[in-house]
Design a protein around this ligand. Structure first.
Ligand SMILES: Cc1ncc(COP(=O)(O)O)c(C=O)c1O
Length: 166
């Protein structure tokens, strides 16, 4: 949805299954790079058309391996090649960064990550999740996503969690 037919999604080969499945719903070209290998990512970025959207999607902490993404190097590459970054912080929330706020905070790079998503189903022991980005991006997602919050049931536990986070 954020990337179109002429654009690219660059995925770490060990990204969570939900990212891989999500990428299949997109018409974008999907390029996978070797796990946490910034040389491999650079080589994939070199293949992308200069004027296309290039969205790098990575786990903050990889589910099965427990590795932390090499975000500082990844940010440098993204800046060099004009790519955007999305971090799935499912396994980082409550663990890394200031007050457990995640991977970008851990590296002091919150301003350099375009999209941060998290689930409430792990360290928050609830359900649902969030995506954080600039206002324009969130607005775009709200109006273009095939899934809206109208389709989601809120329970008391989730309401309480959202209240606490606010
Ligand atoms: C890295 C990662 N992202 C996303 C999810 C999806 O979380 P949920 O569907 O429980 O909200 C999971 C769940 O295992 C995960 O490990």
């Amino acid at each position: 949805m954020l990337a179109g037919r002429h654009d690219y999604l660059l995925l770490d080969e060990l990204d969570h299954a939900s990212i891989i499945e999500g990428s299949r719903l997109s018409f974008s070209k999907v390029l996978k790079f070797a796990h946490n290998d910034m040389t491999a990512l650079r080589n994939k970025l070199k293949l992308c058309h200069k004027d296309s959207i290039k969205l790098i999607v990575v786990d903050g902490v990889f589910s099965m391996e427990g590795d932390i993404v090499k975000l500082p190097e990844l940010v440098k590459l993204a800046e060099h090649y004009g790519a955007s970054i999305m971090v799935d912080d499912a396994h980082s929330l409550g663990i890394l960064g200031k007050n457990g706020s995640g991977t970008a905070s851990h590296f002091g790079l919150t301003d350099k990550v375009d999209l941060i998503m998290g689930t409430f189903s792990k360290s928050f022991a609830s359900l649902g999740g969030f995506i954080a980005a600039d206002k324009e991006v969130i607005n775009y997602i709200k109006h273009n996503s095939p899934v809206t919050d109208l389709q989601c049931q809120y329970d008391a536990c989730l309401s309480r969690l959202c209240f606490s986070l606010n």
